[in-house]
Design a protein around this ligand. Sequence first.
Ligand code: PMT
Length: 397
Amino acid sequence: MNTLTNKRVLLGVSGSIAAYKSPDIVRRLQDLGAEVRVVITSGGREFVSERSLQTISKNKVHDNLWDKDAELSMGHIELAKWADIVIIAPASANTIAKLCHGKADDLLSTVILATSATVMIAPSMNQQMYASLAMKENLQLLKSRNVIIIEPGFGEQACGDVGEGRLAEPIDIAQQAAELFLSNSLSGKKVLITIGGTIEAIDPVRFISNHSSGKMGMSLAHACIQAGAKTTLVVGSISIEVERRAETIFVTSASEMYDAVMNNITSQDLFISCAAVADYRPSKVSLNKIKKTSSIKSIQLIENKDILASVCKLKDKPICIGFAAETENLISNAKHKLKNKKCDAIILNDISNSEIGLKSDENEVHFISEKNSEKIDKNSKQIIAEIIINKIAKYFF
Ligand code: PMT
């Protein structure tokens, strides 16, 4: 597996003669498995054709902060969120100075301010400019803000000078980016995740469901993809966007979710049951809308099949990770579920606290297995998901 497989790289091309090498950088990143999109500055456009970058990246090149079409579909915020890593190569002296000051006067500088992804820059300029005190201090400042500097090379420059300031080789830029993702802890593994709530119909209008937003499950999906896994999602009712790099099966009810999981579980290495599956469904679904005047005043319920427990019983079962959504006796209830459902580990979350668990952007969980019980402190669901996936990789693969 290539070390940039499943990774989304946003390449920023700024105004330096070395911009002519940027199509080669795109190629090298793709060779390592990355999906690449390009943002180019007006300076960059002077040295390389957008058409070359568009053809090689197989994506539209983004250049305009005020492009109405772009704002509707892939605006600066979407680009900033889309990227797993942003690489500015070549990074001109002017672009570096703008980053230092947090300027947002073009698409690239605005994306950099708006992204939470790791930022790498590959400076490229005349050796005298590179040696200047202003440049040294600017690079020092960016380093202190966790920007990764890809050191330039030494040699003859386009202007005829000899010295330090040549853009690093495209292959070295791609490899340095790949090294950031070396964990690839689930590389080559297949993962199936259930996500969201289920909807149990009462009649054509009413249903029984729950508040699951899908945020925790989708964060796990993202973390699995980052870790190099081939990821399949069985998605119920959610209120967020679907991770489009995964194969996705949409379902409505618990029975449909059961069928989708059972039809796709063979050959999976890991099953994560994050969905909030309804334990019960109405015993009868009325074909017509139940009238206010109807004699039906109560709904009889029957039990749904337990998807997680069923997977755990399979002869060639994958590693099975359940969730426990609890409001009281948290640890003992979760341990009870771990034992009863016979899963390999269970992730406990307290859903009585509105700041964590259901719907919230953050969570706080306990990772409980037969041998360990470890608290993972409150953090964004994405960070919690990454820690969970690292633990799963460490303990089970
Ligand atoms: O989607 P969010 O808004 O981000 O919220 C995330 C979450 C709180 C829903 C999630 O973190 C979570 O706790 N998911 C499990 C919810 C749940 O149904 O928990 P439970 O304790 O009732 O079930 C225990 C386990 O059995 C779960 O892994 C569940 O997926 C599974 N189960 C339950 C019933 C059933 N019929 N089949 C199942 O597979």
